[in-house]
Design a protein around this ligand. Structure first.
Ligand SMILES: Cc1cc2nc3c(=O)[nH]c(=O)nc-3n(C[C@H](O)[C@H](O)[C@H](O)COP(=O)(O)OP(=O)(O)OC[C@H]3O[C@@H](n4cnc5c(N)ncnc54)[C@H](O)[C@@H]3O)c2cc1C
Length: 454
């Protein structure tokens, strides 16, 4: 690798924002799961778009690759170095514009956390359509770059659907900016949309113009106990039909719930343990409780149910779902896979996952949970030992057989590049590579992420 242009970087962002000592860089160099990471050449913390552009120009001129990082909550190793790169942290780009209530839009810097964005929108009587458990650390830039999904996709779609504009620094340090928040724009290729899900390989998002949604304060949350995944999947279409204000439908299982309860010291939701659970949330301007209770009580196969109408009770029910990721990590470094299949094939996927993993590592523990409406399951394999790659291979091949995606919402990162061809045809990968090469001919931005190395 080329020599790091440390002096130029210090000139660009200020010496105190170029970190070289291992003690200072360590927290940036390992990913949230603990599975991915390596030493960076240095960590650079620019304050604004101009500084980001200067850093990129400097690195491009020196032939040094750049790894882009937001909140470092990504789960596929895309935001951490492979070794020796300049790690560009966007967390100082925290500017948050006034909410444009009339347009229902806001401009947010790449480093604004999701939680802060939500609070800001709510203070203006609106809300943000994407929500996920890493809200206090995940940033706008990371959410755009991964096209994050989360718990409200059922109602509002994923991050791309909230994105009305973006500003980004390209690999040569030039800046593209489409921040007017136009609701219609037919002038050719949609570069903003292309940035969504590009995982830092096409440009560095420095700010985004975001759509806001109405703030719905009347909420009701229910936890349904069911005999198996099939029943949980089967009841959803009827619940969706009866509950137009349904905003979340999350699937969890007895083993995951037991882990969450153990690590969070949480009480049992029901007197008895049940095999599968469906967590539902309805949100509206008027109280949706009666409609939810009525629909739930008539759901086929129901073993038990509990409904929370007050905020504390709702938080308690959500904790069973949202603490899964942390509880699993507390047991050891997991193999984390995030897959989706056409919803009609979800029962088969749910039934075959654990036997598939057991066929590779009989002693492994497979904890599954997910966003059931989108056919999206998070597959977490503990105790895979040295067989992480073989487990990954087996699960992703099963998903491909079921015509699914090897990455539903976390991205491909470094973790899954070897399997991209299971979800994308040779022609599609060639087209993606052509776009990458056109925008970043030197391979400066996030090399080794998303597209397999050639
Ligand atoms: C507890 C927990 C729960 C989660 N739940 C969900 C969930 O429900 N749904 C979901 O989709 N994800 C979920 N995630 C994953 C993660 O939070 C998302 O992928 C999130 O979008 C990452 O944001 P970040 O700022 O942390 O990005 P990082 O982890 O820093 O980066 C992620 C990717 O984006 C790139 N990137 C970051 N910032 C920029 C930028 N400004 N410009 C260009 N590229 C950039 C990085 O290079 C990397 O490839 C969860 C993670 C945790 C830890």
């Amino acid at each position: 690798m080329s020599v790091l242009p440390l002096e130029e970087l210090r000139t660009a962002v200020g010496a105190e924002h170029v970190l070289v000592d291992a003690g200072l860089t360590a927290s940036y160099e390992r990913d949230w799961t603990g599975r991915f990471g390596a030493r960076a050449g240095c960590v650079v913390r620019p304050a604004d778009t101009a500084q980001v552009a200067e850093v990129v120009r400097t690195c491009a001129a020196a032939g040094v690759p750049v790894v882009v990082q937001g909140g470092n909550t990504g789960l596929v190793g895309g935001a951490v170095p492979a070794g020796g790169e300049v790690l560009l942290s966007l967390t100082r780009l925290t500017e948050l514009g006034d909410v444009d209530v009339a347009a229902g839009q806001v401009t947010a810097g790449a480093g604004v956390t999701l939680g802060r964005l939500q609070d800001h929108a709510r203070a203006a009587g609106l809300d943000f359509g994407v929500d996920l458990a890493a809200r206090d650390s995940a940033t706008v830039g990371g959410l755009v770059a991964t096209n994050a999904g989360g718990i409200r996709v059922l109602r509002y779609g994923s991050m791309r659907a909230q994105l009305l504009g973006a500003e980004a620094v390209l690999a040569d340090g030039s800046v593209v900016s489409r921040m007017a928040g136009l609701l219609k724009d037919g002038t050719g290729y949609d570069l903003v949309s292309l940035l969504a899900g590009s995982e830092g390989t096409l440009g560095i998002v420095t700010q985004a113009r975001l759509r806001l949604v109405p703030r719905l304060t009347a909420r009701c949350v229910a936890l349904l106990a069911l005999p198996d995944a099939d029943s949980a999947i089967a009841v959803l279409p009827e619940l969706r039909r009866r509950l137009p204000h349904l905003s979340a439908a999350e699937l969890l299982f007895a083993d995951g719930l037991a882990l969450v309860r153990k690590h969070g010291h949480l009480p049992a939701p029901f007197a008895e343990e049940h095999p599968a659970y469906l967590l539902l949330e309805c949100a509206d301007t008027t109280d949706p409780s009666d409609a939810l209770v009525e629909a739930v009580s008539e759901a086929d196969g129901l073993l038990d149910a509990t409904v929370a109408t007050d905020a504390a009770g709702q938080r308690a029910l959500w904790a069973y779902r949202e603490q899964h990721t942390e509880a699993i990590n507390a047991e050891g470094v997991p193999v984390k896979l995030d897959v989706s299949v056409p919803t009609g094939r979800l029962p088969e996927l749910a039934a075959r996952l654990t036997p598939t993993v057991a066929g590779v590592v009989p002693a492994a523990r497979t904890i599954v949970f997910g966003h059931v409406n989108e056919g999206n399951l998070h597959v977490n394999v503990l105790d895979a030992g040295d067989d992480a790659e073989r487990v990954t291979d087996a699960v992703l091949r099963l998903v491909a057989e079921l015509e699914g995606s090897i990455s539903s919402e976390h991205g491909v990162g470094r973790a899954k590049t070897a399997w991209l061809s299971l979800s994308r045809s040779r022609t599609e990968i060639a087209a993606m590579r052509a776009i990458k090469t056109a925008l970043d001919p030197q391979g400066v931005l996030n090399p080794g992420v998303l597209l397999p190395a050639v």
